[in-house]
Design a protein around this ligand. Structure first.
Ligand code: SF4
Length: 468
Protein backbone atom coordinates (compact mmCIF):
# COMPACT_ATOMS: atom_id res chain seq x y z
CA UNK A 1 0.00 0.00 0.00
CA UNK A 2 1.39 3.38 -1.04
CA UNK A 3 -0.50 6.33 0.42
CA UNK A 4 -0.05 9.92 -0.74
CA UNK A 5 -1.58 13.18 0.50
CA UNK A 6 -3.72 14.10 3.48
CA UNK A 7 -5.06 12.42 6.60
CA UNK A 8 -8.26 11.60 4.73
CA UNK A 9 -6.19 9.38 2.44
CA UNK A 10 -4.40 7.81 5.42
CA UNK A 11 -7.83 7.04 6.88
CA UNK A 12 -9.03 5.56 3.57
CA UNK A 13 -5.87 3.45 3.29
CA UNK A 14 -6.58 1.96 6.71
CA UNK A 15 -9.99 0.94 5.34
CA UNK A 16 -8.49 -0.48 2.15
CA UNK A 17 -6.06 -2.53 4.30
CA UNK A 18 -8.95 -3.74 6.46
CA UNK A 19 -10.91 -4.79 3.37
CA UNK A 20 -7.95 -6.61 1.87
CA UNK A 21 -7.33 -8.38 5.19
CA UNK A 22 -10.91 -9.67 5.05
CA UNK A 23 -10.37 -10.73 1.42
CA UNK A 24 -7.42 -12.90 2.49
CA UNK A 25 -4.51 -10.60 1.62
CA UNK A 26 -1.61 -10.18 4.05
CA UNK A 27 0.78 -7.20 4.22
CA UNK A 28 3.97 -7.99 2.33
CA UNK A 29 7.30 -7.69 4.06
CA UNK A 30 9.44 -4.78 2.83
CA UNK A 31 11.72 -5.91 -0.04
CA UNK A 32 9.78 -9.03 -1.07
CA UNK A 33 7.62 -9.17 -4.19
CA UNK A 34 3.93 -8.38 -3.57
CA UNK A 35 1.00 -10.01 -5.39
CA UNK A 36 -0.82 -6.71 -5.18
CA UNK A 37 0.28 -3.05 -5.09
CA UNK A 38 -2.29 -0.38 -4.25
CA UNK A 39 -1.62 3.34 -4.79
CA UNK A 40 -3.94 5.64 -2.84
CA UNK A 41 -3.24 8.89 -4.65
CA UNK A 42 -3.43 12.64 -4.00
CA UNK A 43 -4.28 15.32 -6.59
CA UNK A 44 -3.54 18.52 -4.65
CA UNK A 45 0.00 19.19 -5.85
CA UNK A 46 1.29 19.38 -9.46
CA UNK A 47 3.96 16.74 -8.87
CA UNK A 48 1.35 14.32 -7.54
CA UNK A 49 0.84 13.12 -11.14
CA UNK A 50 4.57 12.77 -11.81
CA UNK A 51 4.96 10.77 -8.60
CA UNK A 52 2.25 8.27 -9.52
CA UNK A 53 3.24 7.74 -13.16
CA UNK A 54 6.90 7.57 -12.16
CA UNK A 55 6.17 4.80 -9.64
CA UNK A 56 3.96 2.94 -12.10
CA UNK A 57 6.79 3.09 -14.63
CA UNK A 58 9.17 1.52 -12.11
CA UNK A 59 6.68 -1.27 -11.39
CA UNK A 60 6.15 -2.26 -15.06
CA UNK A 61 9.18 -4.58 -15.43
CA UNK A 62 8.44 -6.23 -12.05
CA UNK A 63 4.85 -6.85 -13.08
CA UNK A 64 5.99 -8.36 -16.39
CA UNK A 65 8.29 -10.73 -14.45
CA UNK A 66 5.62 -11.67 -11.82
CA UNK A 67 2.63 -13.64 -13.21
CA UNK A 68 -0.64 -12.82 -11.44
CA UNK A 69 0.65 -9.63 -9.85
CA UNK A 70 -1.99 -6.88 -9.78
CA UNK A 71 -1.75 -3.08 -9.55
CA UNK A 72 -4.64 -0.91 -8.34
CA UNK A 73 -4.84 2.89 -8.36
CA UNK A 74 -7.34 4.74 -6.17
CA UNK A 75 -7.76 8.10 -4.44
CA UNK A 76 -8.12 11.66 -5.73
CA UNK A 77 -5.86 11.38 -8.79
CA UNK A 78 -7.76 8.27 -9.91
CA UNK A 79 -11.03 10.16 -9.37
CA UNK A 80 -9.65 13.01 -11.51
CA UNK A 81 -7.79 11.12 -14.26
CA UNK A 82 -10.18 8.13 -14.47
CA UNK A 83 -9.48 6.03 -17.62
CA UNK A 84 -6.49 8.21 -18.56
CA UNK A 85 -4.48 6.16 -16.09
CA UNK A 86 -4.88 3.08 -18.32
CA UNK A 87 -3.87 5.11 -21.37
CA UNK A 88 -0.62 6.07 -19.62
CA UNK A 89 -0.13 2.72 -17.82
CA UNK A 90 -2.10 -0.04 -19.59
CA UNK A 91 -0.66 -2.66 -17.19
CA UNK A 92 -2.73 -1.28 -14.30
CA UNK A 93 -5.51 -3.74 -13.35
CA UNK A 94 -7.95 -1.63 -11.34
CA UNK A 95 -8.79 2.07 -11.16
CA UNK A 96 -11.22 3.00 -8.36
CA UNK A 97 -12.26 6.34 -6.86
CA UNK A 98 -12.75 8.22 -3.62
CA UNK A 99 -16.46 7.28 -3.49
CA UNK A 100 -16.18 3.51 -3.92
CA UNK A 101 -13.24 2.37 -1.81
CA UNK A 102 -15.34 -0.62 -0.74
CA UNK A 103 -15.51 -2.14 -4.22
CA UNK A 104 -11.75 -2.79 -4.54
CA UNK A 105 -11.75 -6.54 -3.65
CA UNK A 106 -14.57 -7.27 -6.13
CA UNK A 107 -12.86 -5.27 -8.88
CA UNK A 108 -9.58 -7.14 -8.29
CA UNK A 109 -11.37 -10.48 -8.56
CA UNK A 110 -13.22 -9.38 -11.70
CA UNK A 111 -9.95 -8.19 -13.33
CA UNK A 112 -8.34 -11.56 -12.51
CA UNK A 113 -11.23 -13.67 -13.85
CA UNK A 114 -11.94 -11.59 -16.95
CA UNK A 115 -8.22 -10.84 -17.59
CA UNK A 116 -9.30 -7.24 -18.27
CA UNK A 117 -8.59 -3.97 -16.48
CA UNK A 118 -11.49 -2.64 -14.41
CA UNK A 119 -12.26 1.09 -14.11
CA UNK A 120 -15.05 2.00 -11.69
CA UNK A 121 -15.58 5.52 -10.40
CA UNK A 122 -18.70 7.01 -8.84
CA UNK A 123 -19.76 10.67 -8.77
CA UNK A 124 -21.09 10.40 -5.22
CA UNK A 125 -20.45 8.36 -2.10
CA UNK A 126 -21.42 4.65 -2.27
CA UNK A 127 -20.93 3.84 1.41
CA UNK A 128 -19.22 5.80 4.15
CA UNK A 129 -15.64 4.50 4.27
CA UNK A 130 -16.07 4.27 8.05
CA UNK A 131 -18.57 1.44 7.57
CA UNK A 132 -15.67 -0.63 6.21
CA UNK A 133 -13.28 -2.67 8.36
CA UNK A 134 -9.92 -1.05 9.09
CA UNK A 135 -6.38 -2.15 9.85
CA UNK A 136 -4.74 0.71 11.74
CA UNK A 137 -0.99 0.92 12.07
CA UNK A 138 -1.10 2.58 15.51
CA UNK A 139 -2.58 0.87 18.58
CA UNK A 140 -2.68 4.14 20.53
CA UNK A 141 -4.06 6.81 18.17
CA UNK A 142 -6.71 6.65 15.45
CA UNK A 143 -8.38 8.74 12.77
CA UNK A 144 -12.17 8.85 12.95
CA UNK A 145 -13.89 10.41 9.96
CA UNK A 146 -17.00 12.50 10.79
CA UNK A 147 -17.68 13.75 7.25
CA UNK A 148 -16.43 13.44 3.68
CA UNK A 149 -16.47 16.01 0.90
CA UNK A 150 -16.73 19.78 1.15
CA UNK A 151 -19.40 22.40 0.36
CA UNK A 152 -16.89 25.23 0.09
CA UNK A 153 -15.50 26.43 -3.22
CA UNK A 154 -12.03 27.78 -2.48
CA UNK A 155 -10.68 28.74 -5.88
CA UNK A 156 -7.29 27.01 -5.47
CA UNK A 157 -8.73 23.72 -4.28
CA UNK A 158 -9.64 20.61 -6.27
CA UNK A 159 -11.06 18.63 -3.31
CA UNK A 160 -14.78 19.43 -3.79
CA UNK A 161 -14.66 18.23 -7.40
CA UNK A 162 -12.96 14.97 -6.37
CA UNK A 163 -14.51 14.22 -3.00
CA UNK A 164 -17.95 15.73 -3.70
CA UNK A 165 -20.37 17.64 -1.51
CA UNK A 166 -20.10 17.33 2.26
CA UNK A 167 -21.80 14.28 3.74
CA UNK A 168 -21.92 13.98 7.51
CA UNK A 169 -21.72 10.69 9.37
CA UNK A 170 -24.42 10.02 11.92
CA UNK A 171 -23.25 11.08 15.38
CA UNK A 172 -24.20 7.66 16.76
CA UNK A 173 -21.88 5.96 14.26
CA UNK A 174 -19.01 8.28 15.15
CA UNK A 175 -19.45 7.74 18.89
CA UNK A 176 -19.87 3.97 18.47
CA UNK A 177 -16.62 3.81 16.51
CA UNK A 178 -14.86 5.79 19.26
CA UNK A 179 -16.26 3.43 21.91
CA UNK A 180 -14.93 0.40 19.98
CA UNK A 181 -11.51 2.08 19.76
CA UNK A 182 -11.48 2.90 23.49
CA UNK A 183 -12.39 -0.73 24.25
CA UNK A 184 -9.32 -1.72 22.19
CA UNK A 185 -7.06 0.57 24.22
CA UNK A 186 -6.82 3.58 21.88
CA UNK A 187 -5.96 6.73 23.86
CA UNK A 188 -6.14 9.42 21.19
CA UNK A 189 -8.62 10.07 18.40
CA UNK A 190 -8.40 12.71 15.68
CA UNK A 191 -11.82 13.65 14.27
CA UNK A 192 -11.43 14.05 10.53
CA UNK A 193 -13.25 16.07 7.89
CA UNK A 194 -12.44 18.54 5.11
CA UNK A 195 -14.34 21.09 7.20
CA UNK A 196 -15.19 19.66 10.62
CA UNK A 197 -16.98 22.83 11.82
CA UNK A 198 -19.80 22.53 9.33
CA UNK A 199 -20.54 19.09 10.74
CA UNK A 200 -24.27 18.73 11.35
CA UNK A 201 -25.38 21.02 8.57
CA UNK A 202 -26.87 18.00 6.75
CA UNK A 203 -29.05 17.10 9.72
CA UNK A 204 -29.88 20.65 10.68
CA UNK A 205 -27.83 21.02 13.88
CA UNK A 206 -25.40 23.94 13.58
CA UNK A 207 -23.94 23.16 17.01
CA UNK A 208 -23.41 19.46 16.29
CA UNK A 209 -19.61 19.67 16.23
CA UNK A 210 -19.34 21.25 19.68
CA UNK A 211 -21.78 18.65 21.03
CA UNK A 212 -19.78 15.87 19.36
CA UNK A 213 -16.58 17.05 21.07
CA UNK A 214 -18.36 16.98 24.44
CA UNK A 215 -19.87 13.53 23.79
CA UNK A 216 -16.53 12.13 22.61
CA UNK A 217 -15.04 13.52 25.81
CA UNK A 218 -17.33 11.18 27.80
CA UNK A 219 -16.10 7.98 26.07
CA UNK A 220 -12.96 7.53 28.19
CA UNK A 221 -10.51 8.87 25.61
CA UNK A 222 -7.40 10.59 26.98
CA UNK A 223 -6.95 12.84 23.96
CA UNK A 224 -9.20 14.30 21.27
CA UNK A 225 -7.92 16.29 18.29
CA UNK A 226 -9.66 17.39 15.09
CA UNK A 227 -8.73 18.54 11.57
CA UNK A 228 -9.52 20.65 9.58
CA UNK A 229 -11.74 23.46 10.83
CA UNK A 230 -12.72 26.39 8.61
CA UNK A 231 -12.56 29.90 10.12
CA UNK A 232 -15.90 30.87 8.59
CA UNK A 233 -17.74 28.18 10.60
CA UNK A 234 -15.63 28.36 13.77
CA UNK A 235 -18.25 29.28 16.39
CA UNK A 236 -18.09 30.06 20.10
CA UNK A 237 -19.86 26.84 21.10
CA UNK A 238 -16.89 24.94 19.66
CA UNK A 239 -14.42 27.06 21.64
CA UNK A 240 -16.47 26.44 24.81
CA UNK A 241 -16.61 22.69 24.10
CA UNK A 242 -12.81 22.65 23.63
CA UNK A 243 -12.24 24.59 26.88
CA UNK A 244 -14.77 22.59 28.94
CA UNK A 245 -13.93 19.05 27.71
CA UNK A 246 -10.72 17.88 29.45
CA UNK A 247 -9.93 15.25 26.79
CA UNK A 248 -9.88 17.85 23.99
CA UNK A 249 -6.22 18.77 23.48
CA UNK A 250 -5.17 22.45 23.47
CA UNK A 251 -4.00 22.28 19.86
CA UNK A 252 -5.83 23.76 16.91
CA UNK A 253 -4.90 23.64 13.21
CA UNK A 254 -6.80 26.42 11.46
CA UNK A 255 -5.82 27.27 7.87
CA UNK A 256 -5.40 31.02 7.27
CA UNK A 257 -4.16 30.69 3.66
CA UNK A 258 -3.57 34.48 3.35
CA UNK A 259 -3.56 37.56 5.61
CA UNK A 260 -4.78 39.84 2.82
CA UNK A 261 -8.55 40.45 2.64
CA UNK A 262 -8.28 41.02 -1.12
CA UNK A 263 -6.54 37.66 -1.60
CA UNK A 264 -8.97 35.89 0.78
CA UNK A 265 -11.80 37.28 -1.39
CA UNK A 266 -10.11 35.99 -4.56
CA UNK A 267 -9.64 32.61 -2.85
CA UNK A 268 -13.35 32.60 -1.94
CA UNK A 269 -12.46 31.85 1.69
CA UNK A 270 -15.56 33.73 3.05
CA UNK A 271 -13.78 35.27 6.03
CA UNK A 272 -11.38 38.17 6.46
CA UNK A 273 -8.26 38.65 8.57
CA UNK A 274 -10.08 40.52 11.35
CA UNK A 275 -12.49 37.63 11.91
CA UNK A 276 -9.59 35.18 11.83
CA UNK A 277 -7.62 37.10 14.46
CA UNK A 278 -10.78 37.49 16.53
CA UNK A 279 -11.22 33.71 16.65
CA UNK A 280 -7.63 33.29 17.85
CA UNK A 281 -8.22 35.87 20.59
CA UNK A 282 -11.37 34.09 21.76
CA UNK A 283 -9.64 30.69 21.71
CA UNK A 284 -6.71 32.05 23.73
CA UNK A 285 -8.96 33.82 26.22
CA UNK A 286 -10.52 30.45 27.12
CA UNK A 287 -7.53 28.14 26.39
CA UNK A 288 -4.41 30.23 27.21
CA UNK A 289 -1.95 27.41 26.37
CA UNK A 290 -3.53 26.58 22.99
CA UNK A 291 -0.91 25.80 20.33
CA UNK A 292 -2.37 27.07 17.04
CA UNK A 293 -0.95 26.02 13.68
CA UNK A 294 -2.00 26.92 10.17
CA UNK A 295 -1.66 26.59 6.37
CA UNK A 296 -0.53 29.56 4.24
CA UNK A 297 -0.29 29.89 0.47
CA UNK A 298 2.18 32.44 -0.92
CA UNK A 299 1.91 33.86 -4.43
CA UNK A 300 -1.80 33.35 -5.09
CA UNK A 301 -2.73 35.00 -8.44
CA UNK A 302 -3.04 38.76 -8.04
CA UNK A 303 -1.14 38.87 -4.71
CA UNK A 304 0.63 42.26 -4.57
CA UNK A 305 3.53 43.32 -2.31
CA UNK A 306 0.99 45.07 -0.09
CA UNK A 307 -1.12 41.88 0.08
CA UNK A 308 1.92 39.89 1.11
CA UNK A 309 2.79 42.47 3.77
CA UNK A 310 -0.70 41.86 5.14
CA UNK A 311 0.08 38.15 5.39
CA UNK A 312 3.27 38.94 7.32
CA UNK A 313 1.30 41.30 9.62
CA UNK A 314 -1.33 38.62 10.42
CA UNK A 315 1.33 35.94 10.92
CA UNK A 316 3.19 38.26 13.30
CA UNK A 317 -0.03 38.89 15.25
CA UNK A 318 -1.17 35.24 15.28
CA UNK A 319 1.94 33.81 17.01
CA UNK A 320 1.40 30.39 15.41
CA UNK A 321 3.09 27.38 17.03
CA UNK A 322 3.86 26.24 13.48
CA UNK A 323 2.74 26.65 9.88
CA UNK A 324 2.59 24.59 6.70
CA UNK A 325 3.61 27.06 4.03
CA UNK A 326 3.15 26.54 0.30
CA UNK A 327 4.20 28.33 -2.85
CA UNK A 328 1.05 28.62 -4.97
CA UNK A 329 0.97 26.14 -7.88
CA UNK A 330 -1.89 26.26 -10.40
CA UNK A 331 -3.95 23.08 -10.19
CA UNK A 332 -5.65 22.21 -13.47
CA UNK A 333 -9.39 22.03 -12.90
CA UNK A 334 -9.47 24.82 -10.28
CA UNK A 335 -10.78 28.35 -11.03
CA UNK A 336 -7.54 30.04 -9.86
CA UNK A 337 -5.49 28.09 -12.42
CA UNK A 338 -7.22 30.16 -15.14
CA UNK A 339 -6.66 33.56 -13.45
CA UNK A 340 -4.61 35.99 -15.59
CA UNK A 341 -2.49 37.63 -12.92
CA UNK A 342 -0.27 34.65 -11.99
CA UNK A 343 2.66 35.85 -9.81
CA UNK A 344 6.16 35.26 -11.31
CA UNK A 345 7.84 32.22 -9.66
CA UNK A 346 10.91 34.20 -8.57
CA UNK A 347 8.66 36.70 -6.72
CA UNK A 348 6.76 33.81 -5.10
CA UNK A 349 10.03 32.18 -4.02
CA UNK A 350 11.39 35.43 -2.53
CA UNK A 351 8.17 36.05 -0.55
CA UNK A 352 8.12 32.40 0.54
CA UNK A 353 11.60 32.71 2.04
CA UNK A 354 10.58 35.81 4.00
CA UNK A 355 7.44 34.14 5.35
CA UNK A 356 9.33 30.99 6.37
CA UNK A 357 12.04 33.04 8.12
CA UNK A 358 9.43 34.98 10.12
CA UNK A 359 7.42 31.88 11.08
CA UNK A 360 10.53 29.85 11.98
CA UNK A 361 11.44 32.51 14.55
CA UNK A 362 7.89 32.62 15.95
CA UNK A 363 7.80 28.80 16.16
CA UNK A 364 11.11 28.75 18.00
CA UNK A 365 9.99 31.48 20.42
CA UNK A 366 6.93 29.35 21.16
CA UNK A 367 9.15 26.34 21.85
CA UNK A 368 11.45 28.34 24.15
CA UNK A 369 8.41 29.49 26.16
CA UNK A 370 7.76 25.81 27.07
CA UNK A 371 11.09 25.34 28.89
CA UNK A 372 10.50 24.71 32.60
CA UNK A 373 6.92 23.52 32.10
CA UNK A 374 5.69 20.02 33.03
CA UNK A 375 3.99 18.26 30.10
CA UNK A 376 2.24 14.93 29.49
CA UNK A 377 3.73 13.04 26.54
CA UNK A 378 2.07 10.23 24.55
CA UNK A 379 5.06 8.16 23.43
CA UNK A 380 4.98 7.37 19.72
CA UNK A 381 6.80 5.27 17.19
CA UNK A 382 8.73 6.57 14.22
CA UNK A 383 8.41 10.31 14.88
CA UNK A 384 11.98 10.88 16.07
CA UNK A 385 14.63 10.52 13.36
CA UNK A 386 17.22 9.83 16.06
CA UNK A 387 15.00 7.47 18.06
CA UNK A 388 16.81 4.31 19.12
CA UNK A 389 18.61 2.87 22.17
CA UNK A 390 19.27 6.37 23.55
CA UNK A 391 16.19 8.40 22.61
CA UNK A 392 12.41 8.12 22.48
CA UNK A 393 9.83 10.62 21.20
CA UNK A 394 6.24 11.58 21.71
CA UNK A 395 3.67 14.37 21.51
CA UNK A 396 2.65 16.73 24.25
CA UNK A 397 -1.07 17.55 24.56
CA UNK A 398 -0.49 20.74 22.52
CA UNK A 399 0.93 18.47 19.79
CA UNK A 400 4.50 19.70 20.18
CA UNK A 401 7.14 17.02 19.56
CA UNK A 402 9.18 16.00 22.63
CA UNK A 403 12.45 14.04 22.60
CA UNK A 404 13.59 12.32 25.82
CA UNK A 405 16.19 9.76 26.92
CA UNK A 406 15.02 6.19 26.37
CA UNK A 407 13.67 4.40 29.41
CA UNK A 408 13.62 0.63 28.92
CA UNK A 409 10.23 0.29 30.61
CA UNK A 410 8.59 2.77 28.24
CA UNK A 411 6.78 1.72 25.03
CA UNK A 412 5.04 3.69 22.30
CA UNK A 413 1.47 4.14 23.53
CA UNK A 414 2.51 4.78 27.15
CA UNK A 415 1.92 8.16 28.80
CA UNK A 416 4.69 9.92 30.71
CA UNK A 417 4.98 13.24 32.54
CA UNK A 418 8.21 15.17 32.09
CA UNK A 419 9.77 18.56 32.77
CA UNK A 420 10.77 20.43 29.61
CA UNK A 421 14.50 21.13 29.91
CA UNK A 422 15.30 22.53 26.48
CA UNK A 423 13.92 23.66 23.11
CA UNK A 424 14.98 23.50 19.49
CA UNK A 425 13.18 25.15 16.53
CA UNK A 426 10.92 22.11 15.97
CA UNK A 427 10.98 20.03 19.14
CA UNK A 428 11.30 20.13 22.92
CA UNK A 429 13.78 18.20 25.06
CA UNK A 430 13.02 16.58 28.43
CA UNK A 431 16.32 15.25 29.74
CA UNK A 432 15.49 14.88 33.44
CA UNK A 433 14.04 11.65 34.90
CA UNK A 434 10.35 10.95 34.24
CA UNK A 435 7.94 12.52 36.72
CA UNK A 436 5.44 9.71 36.08
CA UNK A 437 4.94 6.75 33.73
CA UNK A 438 1.53 5.26 32.91
CA UNK A 439 1.79 1.87 31.18
CA UNK A 440 -1.23 1.47 28.89
CA UNK A 441 -3.08 -1.29 27.06
CA UNK A 442 -1.99 0.45 23.84
CA UNK A 443 1.61 0.12 24.99
CA UNK A 444 1.00 -3.59 25.63
CA UNK A 445 -0.53 -3.95 22.13
CA UNK A 446 2.47 -2.21 20.61
CA UNK A 447 4.88 -4.43 22.56
CA UNK A 448 2.97 -7.49 21.31
CA UNK A 449 3.20 -6.13 17.73
CA UNK A 450 -0.60 -6.14 17.38
CA UNK A 451 -1.96 -3.99 14.55
CA UNK A 452 -5.40 -2.59 15.39
CA UNK A 453 -8.18 -4.22 13.39
CA UNK A 454 -11.56 -2.54 13.80
CA UNK A 455 -14.89 -3.53 12.28
CA UNK A 456 -16.82 -1.09 10.13
CA UNK A 457 -19.47 0.83 12.05
CA UNK A 458 -22.99 1.60 10.83
CA UNK A 459 -25.82 1.58 13.33
CA UNK A 460 -28.30 2.27 10.53
CA UNK A 461 -30.17 4.70 12.75
CA UNK A 462 -31.67 7.87 11.18
CA UNK A 463 -29.69 11.14 11.49
CA UNK A 464 -30.67 12.03 15.04
CA UNK A 465 -28.88 14.89 16.88
CA UNK A 466 -25.69 14.48 18.91
CA UNK A 467 -26.42 13.46 22.55
CA UNK A 468 -26.11 16.80 24.41
S1 SF4 B 1 -12.49 24.22 2.69
FE1 SF4 B 1 -11.64 24.98 0.77
S2 SF4 B 1 -9.51 24.28 0.84
FE2 SF4 B 1 -10.62 23.05 2.31
S3 SF4 B 1 -11.26 21.21 1.21
FE3 SF4 B 1 -12.94 22.70 1.11
S4 SF4 B 1 -12.64 23.79 -0.83
FE4 SF4 B 1 -10.70 22.76 -0.31
Amino acid sequence: MRTYGCQMNVHDSERISGLLDEAGYVPVLEGSTPDLVVFNTCAVRENADNKLYGNLGHLKPLKERTPGMQIAVGGCLAQKDQGTILDKAPYVDVVFGTHNVGSLPVLLERARVEQEAQVELLESLEVFPSTLPARRESPYSAWVSISVGCDNTCTFCIVPSLRGKEEDRRPGDVLREIEVLVEQGVLEVTLLGQNVNSYGRSFGDREAFGKLLRAAGRTGLDRIRFTSPHPRDFTDDVIAAMAETPAVCPSLHMPLQSGSDAVLKAMRRSYRSERYLGILDRVRSQIPDAAITTDIIVGFPGESDADFDETLRVVEASRFAGAFTFQYSPRPGTPAATYDDQVPPEVVAERYQRLVALQEQITYDGMLAQVGRTVEVLLSQGEGRKDGPAQMTGRARDNRLVHLPREQACRPGDLVEVAVTGAAPHYLRADEPLLSHRRTAAGDAWAAGRALRTPGVSLGMPSVGVPA
